[in-house]
Design a protein around this ligand. Structure first.
Ligand SMILES: NC(=O)c1ccc[n+]([C@@H]2O[C@H](COP(=O)([O-])OP(=O)(O)OC[C@H]3O[C@@H](n4cnc5c(N)ncnc54)[C@H](OP(=O)(O)O)[C@@H]3O)[C@@H](O)[C@H]2O)c1
Length: 291
């Protein structure tokens, strides 16, 4: 895809990966960037950085879970700042919890932002791209959209769904000359992961590395853009030896919270004790002892 001289709309542009993508696209010579998120102040700061690089920036405060507002805003945006050549669906939320303690409002938020928000915006923009017979859509999934991990069941479910959505749209929209791609970052150092208990051994990427991988993927017309060697390794391992990946994930799963934080019931404590015992016994499986 040609980046220079085009117009892009990026959701989640107020911080983290979305912000880094906006800055990287500006650096590549995009003509105009439309930055979408809820925090006006942060969007304004990003816009300032972008304009200093010589790219026009338009900020749009929008809660993607409010379909009617999104509908009205897209119509206005297209009239005054369109046509949009590239849509990057980056906004997302994540909650980490053991599934047995998961809470419906958090799951609903993950579904509303990660899936329904993406659906609403994509359908509005894709229709307009179809009538101009040109466009590129990038949906930000995650390595967890390929490799599900304990404590992230509902987030993983949304990210798997994004890959299915992307794959179907890629085929359906090809006849309108619209390319649809998925970006799959692995653990990235942003606000999203600040409160998460991290998986052992996973080395976080920087948002700038993720943005750079997207630029290369756009230039190479890659349909799925994995970020970093750890992601490639995990996906290959899943293809060739899924049992090994499952074992690694089990060991890498972050330890549960301290008892004082969780106040677990008696059986949960026993359960946890067994988990700890099991995870201690699992390690030697990697280099079996001779009996
Ligand atoms: N960080 C990671 O390790 C990682 C790994 C793989 C994939 N990802 C994916 O990468 C994407 C960006 O994540 P990040 O790490 O950059 O997260 P982040 O730093 O928490 O940023 C999330 C972005 O989404 C926006 N957002 C959240 N809810 C919104 C809503 N209802 N309406 C509009 N905008 C909303 C936020 O803006 P406001 O708060 O201003 O609205 C913010 O700009 C997500 O889709 C995430 O799933 C992240």
């Amino acid at each position: 895809m040609k980046i220079q001289g085009n117009v892009a709309l990026i959701t989640g542009a107020s911080r983290g990966i979305g912000k880094a993508i906006a800055l990287a696209l500006a650096q590549q010579g995009m003509k105009r960037l439309i930055l979408v998120a809820r925090d006006r102040q942060k969007l304004a700061e990003v816009a300032q950085e972008i304009e200093a690089m010589g790219t026009e920036a338009v900020i749009m405060t929008l809660d993607l879970t409010r379909a009617t507002e999104v509908n009205i805003t897209v119509a206005q945006l297209w009239r005054s700042h369109g046509p949009i050549n590239l849509l990057v669906n980056c906004a997302g939320v994540a909650y980490q919890t053991s599934f047995l303690r998961s809470k419906l409002p958090q799951v609903q938020e993950e579904l509303s932002v990660n899936l329904l928000g993406m659906y609403t915006l994509t359908s509005l923009i894709a229709r307009r791209m179809a009538s101009q017979k040109q466009g590129t859509i990038v949906n930000v999934s995650s390595l967890m959209g390929k490799v599900a991990a304990p404590t992230m069941a509902t987030y993983s479910a949304t990210k798997f769904a994004i890959l299915g959505f992307t794959q179907a749209l890629r085929q359906e929209l090809a006849e309108y000359n619209i390319q649809v791609k998925a970006l799959l970052p692995s653990l990235t150092d942003t606000d999203m992961v600040r409160d998460l208990r991290l998986f052992r051994w996973v080395i976080p990427m920087s948002p700038q590395q993720v943005a750079q991988a997207l630029i290369v993927g756009l230039q190479n017309d890659a349909p799925e853009i994995l970020v970093g060697w750890q992601s490639h390794l995990a996906v290959w391992c899943q293809r060739l030896a899924p049992w090994l990946l499952e074992l690694i994930l089990k060991i890498a799963t972050p330890p549960k919270k301290q008892q004082s934080e969780e106040k677990p019931a008696f059986f949960s404590r026993i359960n946890r004790f067994c988990d700890v015992l099991l995870s201690r016994n699992v390690t030697p499986l990697l280099s079996p002892r001779k009996s």
